[in-house]
Design a binder for this molecule. Structure first.
Ligand code: NAD
Ligand code: UDP
Ligand code: UDP
Length: 316
């Protein structure tokens, strides 16, 4: 617990979402003061309900595409739907959230001289030709496809971060988050881990898109929050971008089989069409995070899934 003099006032945008609410729990535990700004598009007050009466916590219903005037020392910019079905629901708004949201939060950081961390994504690599992905790979992204509102929006946000750094000397931090899962994912979120776990617990068909041979590397939320906080507090000359995620790679078929085993489900696998531009492979090279932040993930997929399954059992 930090003492009063070291206590920081921190803004978390998207703080009522899955990752944001876990991050806020960690910051409150450390003794910081937290302002959460969220428009509740995919997030929920349920995720922060336990904090609403806390004296070091404040919630503002706010859309980051509008300017925000608050006085803070640090900003974690997480506001943006992360699941394909949600970011494709209103793609123009997704681009605005990524781009106008970044401009407003960077303008705020500039005015109050706050350090600012951007929750970027492995999607900046698109459907990658380099495997595993290293930070110096520029990616292969379709600029006009159904995923581009998110992929290009996040790429433009990175570019804005680096221009504010070069032009205005802002203290920036950019993390490229790979697929992360855990308790508080929305059961209707549409991402693969929550879909499979919810389907398995209900003994419904498990929906495999394509042949299920595409891969992802899944990080448990606690490991990810550890490294986000480490990154924010790292020396100012370390801007990133830095990959954060768990490098152990699985096919979607392997994930489905593991979920069925751990839930003891009677679900059957069904195969559905692969959405367009769905990346075939995804695995982070995390050498940079290891060397500069002294971090590596600790929770294996089986242990993380057990926690996630227990959470969904309770909430469904
Ligand atoms: P989430 O959908 O649970 O959370 C996003 C939050 O942002 C929600 O609370 C939502 O209501 C809020 N939001 C959306 N648009 C907003 C706007 N215009 N103004 C204010 N708030 C807005 O998703 P998450 O998994 O917690 O993702 C958090 C961040 O991390 C996102 O920026 C996402 O792109 C990034 N990320 C997540 C993953 C992952 O695997 N979870 C991977 C890569 C990147
Ligand atoms: N901004 C904000 N809060 C602040 C300061 C700025 O939301 O405390 C927004 C403001 O709307 C502005 C944007 O951030 O348009 C970018 O600010 P910057 O100072 O970089 O540029 P300018 O004000 O010249 O457009
Ligand atoms: N996927 C799947 N069944 C589902 C949901 C997703 O097979 O019910 C696949 C999806 O096509 C993709 C992978 O799982 O190949 C990860 O999808 P998710 O939406 O979780 O994340 P992203 O594609 O953004 O990495």
């Amino acid at each position: 617990m930090t003492n009063e003099n070291e206590r920081k006032r921190i803004l978390v945008t998207g703080g009522a979402g899955f990752l944001g609410s876990h991050l806020i729990d960690r910051l409150i535990d450390k003794g910081d003061e937290v302002i959460c700004a969220d428009n509740l598009f995919t997030g929920s007050k349920d995720n922060i309900a336990h904090l609403l009466d806390h004296k070091r916590f404040e919630f503002i219903r706010h859309d980051v595409t509008s300017p925000l005037y608050v006085e803070v020392d640090k900003i974690y910019n997480l506001a943006c739907p992360a699941s394909p079905i949600h970011y494709q629901y209103d793609p123009v708004q997704t681009t605005k959230t990524c781009v106008h949201g970044a401009i407003n939060m960077l303008g705020l950081a500039k005015r109050v001289k706050a350090s600012i961390l951007q929750a970027s994504t492995s999607e900046v690599y698109g459907d990658p030709e380099v495997h595993p992905q290293t930070e110096d790979y520029w990616g292969k992204v379709n600029p006009i496809g159904i995923r581009s509102c998110y992929d290009e929006g996040k790429r433009c946000a990175e570019s804005l971060f680096f221009d504010y750094w070069r032009q205005h000397n802002l203290q920036i931090k950019v993390v490229r988050i790979f697929n992360t899962y855990g308790p508080r994912m929305n059961p209707n979120d549409g991402r693969v881990v929550s879909n499979f776990v919810v389907q398995a617990l209900r003994n419904e068909d498990i929906t495999i898109y394509g042949d299920g041979q595409q891969t992802r590397s899944f990080c448990y939320v606690d490991d990810l929050i550890d490294v986000m906080v480490l990154m924010m507090n790292s020396p100012c000359d370390f801007t990133g971008p830095v990959n954060i995620g768990n490098p152990v790679e699985f096919t979607m078929l392997e994930l489905a089989e593991l979920v069925i085993k751990l839930t003891g489900s009677k679900s059957k696998l069904v195969f559905e069409p692969l959405p367009s531009d769905d990346p075939k492979l995804r695995q982070p090279d995390i050498s940079l995070a290891k060397s500069n932040l002294g971090w590596e993930p600790r929770v294996c997929l089986e242990d993380g899934l057990k926690e996630t399954i227990a959470y969904f059992k309770k909430t469904l």
